[in-house]
Design a protein around this ligand. Structure first.
Ligand SMILES: Nc1ncnc2c1ncn2[C@@H]1O[C@H](COP(=O)(O)OP(=O)(O)OP(=O)(O)O)[C@@H](O)[C@H]1O
Length: 289
């Protein structure tokens, strides 16, 4: 019964009553109706077209308990009629575009900085901005700091995937950087505000992965902004009020990731897991920029 099922699973396998013969217990002999494939041989077009005289010889399959591993492997290979391929069974993962967004002060920069330290083959797209540099920031690493005029020229030349005026400053994503790194097989990380994420969703649709970063609570989010001490009291008020509205946009994202107080490492692991899962999908996203 088992042999019948095994044979039925093999293409071109003719399980006629004469196909199996009794042999000593340690050897199963299978007569099959194909020519083992060699570089110069072809699979027969149809079994019925083969004359009796061309039937291949019996292929003995040694007993599993006593057989040499490779001998058994080769016998199985011959019996199924083709060599077992060394090619990977999983399709090659495509480069991902990961959009990371969330309210101001939630920890987007911290998350991305750590992700870049722990994960290979990712490229963080350096955004162009017309805002002035903060203490500790490096031009070309954190942002490309440009004047308003230079920024608007980039817009005119269609060099930006998306751009927006955020709190009085322009921010935009250079297209060429994405193309260059995707061509090298790198995953692309984009950091945008909520407004930017909505625009990117319209442009990229489901071809990118959208992550919404949150603190464990609204209160914790406000504390983080206060502690960062980078905003004036007026700017702080705008960011806090905006954050309340932005939290409502969570539903437009694919994943929500919590960056809890003192738990940045967990947050990074979660993002890595999401990226790994996306890469293991049978139908992977294909982003075209
Ligand atoms: N898990 C965490 N626990 C405690 N503090 C954190 C955590 N993650 C980030 N922070 C702190 O929160 C503050 C805001 O972080 P960060 O600048 O990365 O936020 P952001 O989302 O990039 O903000 P913005 O959008 O305004 O640029 C920083 O002072 C950072 O050190």
């Amino acid at each position: 019964m088992l042999i019948r099922r095994f044979c039925a699973s093999i293409p071109h396998f003719n399980l006629s009553p004469v196909s199996l013969t009794k042999k000593p217990a340690n050897h199963l002999v299978v007569f099959n109706n194909f020519t083992p494939r060699t570089p110069n041989s072809q699979t027969p077009k149809s079994i019925s077209s083969m004359g009796e005289s061309r039937r291949p010889a019996a292929v003995p399959i040694p007993a599993v308990e006593t057989a040499d591993r490779m001998e058994l492997y080769r016998a199985l290979e011959t019996s199924v009629g083709s060599s077992f391929s060394l090619e990977p069974l999983a399709p090659k993962p495509r480069p991902l575009i990961v959009v990371i967004s969330g309210p101001s002060g939630v920890g987007k920069d911290c998350l991305i900085k750590r992700l870049r330290e722990v994960r290979e083959n990712i490229h963080f797209v350096v955004t162009a901005t017309s805002r002035s540099m903060r203490a500790g920031e490096v031009n070309g690493k954190d942002y490309f700091f440009v004047s308003k005029e230079e920024f608007l020229t980039m817009v005119e030349n269609d060099e930006l995937l998306e751009y927006a005026l955020v709190y009085g400053d322009y921010k935009g994503i250079p297209k060429q950087q994405i193309r260059d790194y995707m061509a090298k097989g790198h995953d692309i990380i984009l950091r945008v505000d909520i407004q930017g994420a909505a625009t990117l969703r319209k442009i990229l649709g489901d071809s990118a992965v959208f992550l919404f970063l949150v603190a464990e609570s609204e209160s914790e989010l406000v504390m983080r902004l206060i502690d960062r001490k980078t905003e004036s009291k007026e700017a702080l008020l705008v960011r806090v009020a905006t954050a309340k509205e932005e939290l409502k946009q969570m539903k437009n994202f694919d994943y929500v990731v919590v960056n809890a107080e003192g738990k940045l490492e967990n947050c990074v692991k979660m993002v890595e897991s999401i990226m790994d899962a996306e890469k293991a999908k049978v139908w992977q996203k294909r982003a075209m920029i």
